[in-house]
Design a protein. Structure first.
Length: 319
């Protein structure tokens, strides 16, 4: 059961949060009045997310969350405080690796949204850490449920990327990691609101900034789940461009890991060749024409050349 532990020494705060979750049957809420009581609960319960007050008698919030990190490292930690002070926020991030910093008084919906994101992060780490292929694909399909236009996208990208990796001459271990990374390349979109993913038009600058966070968010989770560097590189760098104008790191040319260059090309091919919320699919000739125009700016020209016979097979035989 998705379990959240709230730690606050004020009964009024605990009661307000309890009321906030009265109509939610998908989350189990536990409460503690002190850091020590919270640690006792963690010893006997699987807690997905901890939300702790900063100013508490005895053990303060940062010390408590730091100890949570040692006792239950995968539990996602959130700091809540009435003191909106930058030094407190920095301490919370540096000492306890807090996921979010929330100020009092809070907005109920905003707080629940932050906690829902944290719950998804915990579930994602557990799934990725299992090393179970069926869970990887299931997770990719869960991401696709948020955007009906991408149904089957991760599986198709994996097919194209594996074929490309074979053409490049990579070894079997790398090819297997590329398959997994292709399935999971958009896993960070779990944290992007559906209204943004499904918006039928040009996104605002703020919404686009939200979307552009998904590679970092997904790669952080993959790193926490101790996945291979190849998988992490794919998740983090599949939106880099060959000319250095991509994101999140602005890597250029062969500084972009080969696995990310492969998946980036496969990702764009499928995106162009299928329907999207903002446009219908391009036909095959249009798709290839666009991709050839993007070579040297977006794609590694050598990989694009190797992809051409694979694309022709897709046109002739289908996926």
């Amino acid at each position: 059961m998705r379990t959240v532990l709230f730690v606050d020494d004020e009964q009024a705060i605990r009661s307000a949060i309890d009321r906030m979750y009265l109509e939610r049957d998908d989350v189990r809420c536990l409460f503690a009045a002190s850091g020590q009581e919270g640690l006792d609960i963690l010893e006997r319960e699987e807690v997905w997310v901890v939300v702790s007050d900063y100013q508490m008698p005895g053990m303060r919030g940062i010390e408590f969350l730091s100890r949570v990190k040692g006792v239950s490292p995968d539990t996602v930690r959130i700091m809540m405080t009435a003191f909106a002070d930058l030094s407190i926020a920095i301490d919370a991030i540096n000492k306890s690796e807090a996921y979010r910093f929330v100020t009092k008084p809070w907005n109920n919906q905003e707080l629940m949204d932050v906690i829902d994101e944290a719950l998804m992060r915990y579930q994602l780490v557990q799934s990725l850490g299992s090393a179970d292929e069926t869970l990887f694909l299931s997770l990719a399909q869960t991401v696709e449920l948020k955007d009906p236009y991408t149904k089957g996208h991760c599986d198709r990208v994996a097919y194209y990327a594996v074929r490309l990796a074979q053409a490049v001459g990579l070894n079997d271990n790398a090819i297997n990691d590329i398959k997994h990374g292709s399935w999971l390349h958009d896993c960070g979109k779990i944290g992007v609101p559906e209204g943004i993913l499904n918006y039928p038009g040009r996104l605002s600058e703020n919404d686009m900034e939200t979307v552009m966070q998904h590679p970092r968010w997904g790669s952080e989770v993959a790193r926490q789940a101790r996945m291979s560097d190849t998988v992490i590189n794919i998740i983090l760098h599949h939106h880099e461009r060959f000319d250095g104008k991509g994101y999140p790191a602005g890597l250029k040319g062969e500084h972009i890991p080969i696995e990310a260059r492969i998946v980036a090309l496969a990702d764009v091919f499928d995106a162009l060749y299928t329907d999207r919320p903002y446009r219908k699919a391009f036909d095959f000739d249009q798709t290839i024409e666009i991709m050839l125009e993007m070579t040297n700016t977006h794609f590694d020209p050598r990989i694009m050349q190797l992809f051409m016979p694979i694309a022709e097979e897709v046109r002739t035989n289908g996926r």
